[in-house]
Design a binder for this molecule. Structure first.
Ligand code: ADP
Ligand code: MG
Length: 364
């Protein structure tokens, strides 16, 4: 992850997390009642990984138990931040930066977490889901370079030249990323190919950290920027965690809707988080592999399901697809619910969202 300032966007999302919700009226079993009686709510916020605000809220018997579990969770976050970092080297770690430098010369053995992430994405590619293409580093790095320069010197902001984008797009074929599961190595058979895993890294991390939290402190809400992972319901009588969906009009700083969830992940990709302005027009960070330009079909796409890497992957893919095509993809996947916000202001939901989105629930 690159280390610029914590973005305004991440703070917007932080504010969008609503931690209060509806009251559960059901009778409690004695074990649960004991847990309710002894558990307290604790929280920790961290700014040092994934270039975003990370917040953990959880119920634990006491501060020491919370600290122990939170330390383990945040250690894993730090480790993954280093493994998935595409801009910095860390001693002998064969992280993303190292892979991008060396994998065209010879196969590079990589840590398990990086290999898992790459294999998962390759399966999606092989299955034909190609709108989220993590092998698109050559194109994405051009956009990154121009966006960073444009944000630093807004009066000189420029778009990457289309010729350069087109030339780079000759080197984004995921088939040229060769994975060897036995040796856990990565090799690029195209020397100009690089990986950019920004579309799924936080999702993978949320799943991995979620697994740790389930072992140690299962009633939790973890927010990694746009990725939220809700564990078991809060132990204070509420039946769900409430996750806010950011109003795309960030000047309003509010939530457009609230999703009531437990044991689910909620991931949003939006055009209002990372962008720069050229000649009065905003250019955000989600690139359509067909046009090589920021996709303008969506303002935001929110995915709700049980796997955060899938949610992260799909939030990017459905951001690039037209609504009708994205709707078909969503309807074909069990346990995946979606909320789309289009540039004309219209909002669409998959049918199953009625169980989660307050705006779709009938008044009692
Ligand atoms: P965010 O990083 O804001 O949570 P996303 O999950 O949608 O948003 O990921 C966007 C990031 O993914 C970009 O910053 C870029 O690094 C990368 N990216 C952009 N477009 C694509 C794409 N079509 N396929 C794969 N990765 C992409
Ligand atoms: Mg994503």
């Amino acid at each position: 992850m690159h280390r610029n300032q914590i973005s305004k966007a991440a703070f917007s999302l932080f504010l969008a997390l609503v931690l209060l919700c509806s009251v559960c009226s059901s009778a409690l079993g004695s074990t649960l009642a004991d847990a309710y009686a002894s558990a307290q709510r604790f929280s920790r916020t961290d700014l040092s990984a994934f270039d975003t605000v990370i917040t953990l809220v959880a119920f634990a018997p006491d501060q020491a138990s919370f600290d122990r579990a939170a330390d383990r969770a945040f250690e894993k976050i730090q480790l993954l931040d280093h493994i998935f970092d595409g801009y910095n080297a860390y001693d002998d770690l064969h992280n993303l930066y190292y892979v991008n430098l060396h994998a065209a010369h010879a196969p590079v053995e990589v840590p398990d977490d990086l290999f898992q992430l790459l294999s998962w994405c390759k399966e999606q590619w092989a299955a034909g889901r190609r709108e989220t293409n993590i092998a698109m580093g050559a194109v994405l790095s051009l956009w990154h370079e121009y966006r960073t320069a444009g944000a630093l010197h807004p009066e000189e902001a420029q778009l990457p030249p289309m010729e350069a984008l087109t030339a780079a797009s000759q080197h984004i074929d995921f088939d040229n990323v060769v994975l060897d599961a036995e040796k856990q190595t990565v090799f690029f058979s195209d020397p100009d190919l690089t990986l950019d895993i920004g579309a799924v890294a936080k999702g993978y991390a949320a799943d991995a950290v979620g697994r740790i939290l389930y072992e140690d402190m299962p009633s939790f809400l973890l927010s990694l920027g746009g990725n939220v992972y809700a564990g078991n319901a809060p132990l204070d009588g509420r039946s769900n965690w409430a996750v806010g969906v950011q109003n795309p009009d960030v000047t309003q700083n509010g939530t457009l809707d609230i999703l009531d969830v437990h044991d689910k992940t909620v991931v949003t990709s939006g055009d209002y988080w990372r962008y720069y302005t050229v000649d009065g027009q905003r250019y955000h960070h989600i690139i359509d592999p067909e046009t090589l330009m920021p996709s303008r079909k969506m303002v935001s796409v929110t995915i709700l399901c049980e796997s955060s890497i899938l949610a992260d992957f799909l939030s990017t893919a459905l951001f690039v697809l037209p609504y009708e095509e994205g709707r078909q993809v969503a309807d074909s996947l069990d346990g995946v619910e979606v909320m789309w916000i289009l540039p004309d202001g219209s909002i669409h939901f998959t049918d199953g969202m009625k169980d989660y989105a307050r705006s779709m629930k009938k008044p009692a």
